[in-house]
Every structure is written in structure tokens, then in C-alpha cells.
Design a protein around this ligand. Structure first.
Ligand code: UGA
Length: 436
């Protein structure tokens, strides 16, 4: 099928590449000329495991191309995906300016009946707005609107796109459902579950899934605070919870909290939406408050270990908001860096992928070439992101290069017994500290 994808950010690009790889003819369109030039050379503007090789394969076999003239991508398309950004306004509400603009471009350039699919996370009611534009501007065509929210998780987005837990399609007409069933046919035949709903249900479901996952993380972080006071171990508590399939172990890892471009902004946008709908759910702001508290609690552990921050050198390991990505948007590690810098500490950081992005956000950051380089002469190492390579740090080597043997583990990735054996004072999250 001929597909156009408007917007080549994380969602749009992964959508374009994965749809091409299941056999569709895809044009990824973006008005950002520089980004399109990069893509036309087979290079993704961000790091995502497995994306670049697939991108290059699909371009080479001719199923995937890119255009900076968004209008030119539309005429042939039977399905147009709107994957444009919905950044937060100052009040937290999602800005839908780019969605409206994209809908107008589609209306102007469409030459055939088809389905316009919102994939960006948008407040419930957005599809109605898009539909009104399409109907008003193009009464001559049948352009159905559908909602097909993405559930891609950064760092495993290609895998999630090709093997999704579920494919959610909200639509109003059988024609739209039929088109999207054909589009996702190869995945459905592969056993992937398609859930069909009305549009409002799909839009709300997307918000609720993210809010629920964020709630699990904040719940675990609140439990961590309780465990710290009770002398209990949050990892053990999470394992007990997770042994019950009604609860599930996933997303109960306490630590520095959630970041990234989805949870923080989507939670705020959902709260705005709920209020607009005439309901009040203070639980949502409590989730965000506990998440902010997680960064402060980690900073407090650094202060506890170092007494005064002034003139102390603190090494942060991991600055991406999670492993497997170079994305530092709303990164808890960066939030911690800002807090410690404000307190007078010198911060040196190492991350396998995200250093350039981190430095662009926080120029005061000193950067190091590996964890040991970062730790050299440091008074404290803080583990901020659970990159695989940090799990196998050579602890005696780390102790040797540091000025003072102190580790604060914001992701609970080290083994307390090993840390103890290497002579460190160790503050994990929600677990008993190791005091030497
Ligand atoms: C999230 C959802 O997982 C996706 O399903 C959704 O499609 C996406 O948002 C979106 O709306 O676009 P993502 O933000 O990429 O995906 O990453 P997650 O794996 O959900 O992690 C989010 C944050 O939670 C990370 O900072 C991670 O470190 C943190 N986290 C996760 C915890 O602190 N504890 C956990 O137990 C799990």
C-alpha cells in the first residue's frame, strides 16, 4: 500500500521504516530540510538500536524514501500518518498547532480516498478536529480519520513496532478499519493482536496506559522511601509484588524516576484533559510529585555522603533518560546534574551514547571517555542510567581511581555485597546502605 508519514521524529521515522519493512511503499515527509537530507543519506538523526540498518535496507530496495516537501508526499497515499510533535505549552496542555497544520496540508494535496491516522499522542477530541478540517476542505473525497496510538518504547522501538503487544485502531467507519487491517496484515498474520475501538476510546487508552505505567514507577519510588525508613529492601518488595500476576513485576524498579519525552509531558497533558472534561484526578499530579522527589532524594544521598558539595567532584554515569537511547529529554540524570551543580559540585559525566546531547543541554558538564575516566579523582559516583556496561564495572579499579570511595546507585544495578567487598560506602535506592 502507498503510505505517507508526516513527521520523521522518533515515532514517525520508526513507523516509516517498520511499515516499509512489512512491504509497504512509504514516503517519510518532514519540513526540516536538514533532517531529510540526513535521512536521504541513510542516517537516522537519533540513535535507536537496529534502526539504521533497516532504514538503509528499505531505502535500497526502493520501498522507503523521504521528502522535505510534505505536500508532495500526500497525493498517492492511501494511508497518511500524522506523526508531528505535540510539545507541551507553558501550561502543560499539548500544543496541536503542528497537527492542524499537517491536516491542512493533507487536505490540500490529497487526490484519492484514504485514511488519515493520528499516531502522535493527542488529547481526546483531536480526531474530531482533524475530521472537520478534512470534510470542510475536501468534500469531494472520502478521507476517514483513525487513531492508531503508538506504544513504542525508546531503545526498543524497532522491536516494538515489528512485534507490538497490541495494535490499537480507533475508527468510525468499516472502510477505515478495513484499510488499517490490510496495512497491519503482515503483523496480524504473525499473531499480533489487533484491538478495534471507537476513536475516543483509542485516544483515552493511550493516555491511560502511559499514566498507569508512570503510576507503577512512582508507586515503587514511594515504596522505596518507606523501605528506607523501615530498613526494608524495595527490590525484594517489588519481587514479591511481581510474583502476583495480577500486579506484574514490570515498571516497579525504584530509582531516579521516569524521564523521556513521553511520560512527563503526557501525564501533564492528560491531567489538563481530565480537568477540561470536568473531572479531577489529583493522583496524576501526585505521580509527578513523587517522580520529582526521586531526583531530590538521590541528591540528598550525595549530600549525605559528601557533607558539603562545594569543591567536590561528582561523576554521573548515564545521562540518557533510559538505556539504549541518546535521548536526554526530561532526563532524571540531567535534572540531578543541575541540582548538584547548583549546590556547588563539579560534575563530570559519562554516557555511552548521550554525551553530545547532554552537553548541548548543560554546557557546564565535563565529559569523560569512559566510567573510570569519569571517576578519576571523583568524591562520588552516581549511577543514573542502567546501561548494561555499568552492571559489570570493575569495582576495585573504580575505587583505586576515585578520591573517595562513595557510590550512590540511582538504579539499583550494583550488588551490595560486591560493593562492600571493594571498600565502598554505598547508597542504593530503597535498600539498606553499605556504610564502611
Ligand atoms: C513509554 C512507554 O513505555 C511506551 O509504551 C509509549 O509508547 C511511549 O512512552 C510513548 O508514549 O511514546 P519510553 O518513554 O520510551 O516509552 O520508555 P519507558 O521504557 O516506558 O521508560 C520511561 C522512563 O521510566 C525511563 O526514564 C525509565 O528509566 C523509567 N522507568 C521504567 C523506571 O524508572 N522504572 C521502571 O521500572 C521502568
Amino acid at each position: 500500500m502507498d503510505v505517507a508519514v508526516v513527521g520523521t521524529g522518533h515515532v514517525g521515522l520508526v513507523t516509516s521504516v517498520s511499515l516499509a519493512s512489512i512491504g509497504h511503499e512509504v514516503v517519510g515527509a518532514d519540513s526540516d530540510h536538514e533532517k531529510v537530507a540526513l535521512l536521504q543519506n541513510g542516517v537516522s538523526p537519533f540513535f535507536e538500536p537496529g534502526l539504521d540498518p533497516l532504514l538503509q535496507d528499505e531505502m535500497a530496495n526502493g520501498r522507503l524514501s523521504f521528502a522535505s516537501d510534505v505536500g508532495a508526499a500526500i497525493p498517492n497515499a492511501e494511508v497518511v500518518f500524522l506523526c508531528v510533535g505535540t510539545p507541551p505549552r507553558a501550561d502543560g496542555e499539548a500544543s496541536l498547532v503542528a497537527v492542524e497544520k499537517a491536516a491542512r496540508v493533507v487536505a490540500r494535496h490529497a487526490t484519492r480516498d484514504g485514511v488519515v491516522v493520528e499516531k502522535s499522542t493527542v488529547p481526546a477530541g483531536t480526531a474530531d478536529r482533524v475530521e472537520r478540517i478534512l470534510k470542510h476542505e475536501r468534500p469531494d473525497l472520502r478521507l476517514d480519520v483513525a487513531s492508531n496510538p503508538e506504544f513504542l518504547s525508546e531503545g526498543r522501538a524497532v522491536e516494538d513496532a515489528l512485534n507490538p503487544y497490541r495494535i490499537l485502531v480507533g475508527a468510525r467507519s468499516e472502510a477505515a478499519f478495513e484499510t488499517l487491517r490490510r496495512l497491519y496484515g503482515p503483523l496480524i498474520e504473525n499473531g499480533r493482536r489487533l484491538i478495534e475501538t471507537d476513536i475516543q476510546t483509542a485516544e483515552i487508552a493511550k493516555h491511560v496506559c502511559n499514566a498507569f505505567l508512570a503510576m507503577k514507577i512512582s508507586f515503587a519510588n514511594a515504596v522505596a522511601r518507606i523501605c528506607e525508613r523501615a530498613g526494608a529492601d524495595v527490590v525484594g518488595v517489588a519481587d514479591v509484588m511481581g510474583a502476583d500476576p495480577r500486579i506484574g513485576r514490570a515498571f516497579l524498579d525504584a530509582g531516579l524516576g521516569y524521564g523521556g519525552y513521553c511520560f512527563p509531558k503526557d501525564l501533564l497533558a492528560f491531567e489538563k484533559l481530565v480537568t477540561k472534561l470536568g473531572y479531577s484526578l489529583p493522583l496524576l499530579s501526585e505521580i509527578a510529585r513523587i517522580n520529582d522527589e526521586a531526583v531530590e532524594e538521590t541528591a540528598a544521598k550525595v549530600r549525605e555522603g559528601l557533607w558539603n558539595l562545594e569543591d567536590k567532584r561528582v561523576a554521573l554515569l548515564g545521562l540518557s533518560f533510559k538505556p539504549g537511547t541518546d535521548d536526554v529529554r526530561f532526563s532524571p540524570g540531567l535534572a540531578l546534574a543541575r541540582r548538584l551543580l547548583d549546590g556547588g559540585a563539579r560534575i563530570v559525566a559519562y554516557d555511552p551514547r548521550a554525551l553530545a546531547n547532554a552537553k548541548a543541554e548543560l554546557p557546564e558538564l565535563e565529559v569523560a571517555s569512559d566510567p573510570y575516566d569519569a571517576a578519576a579523582d571523583a568524591h562520588c559516583v552516581v549511577l543514573c542510567t542502567e546501561w548494561e556496561e555499568f552492571r559489570s564495572l570493575e569495582l576495585p579499579r573504580l575505587a583505586e581511581v576515585m578520591a573517595y570511595p562513595l557510590i550512590v546507585d540511582g538504579r539499583n544495578i550494583l550488588d551490595p555485597a560486591q560493593v562492600h567487598a571493594a571498600g565502598f560506602t554505598y547508597y542504593p535506592t530503597g535498600r539498606p546502605p553499605v556504610l564502611q
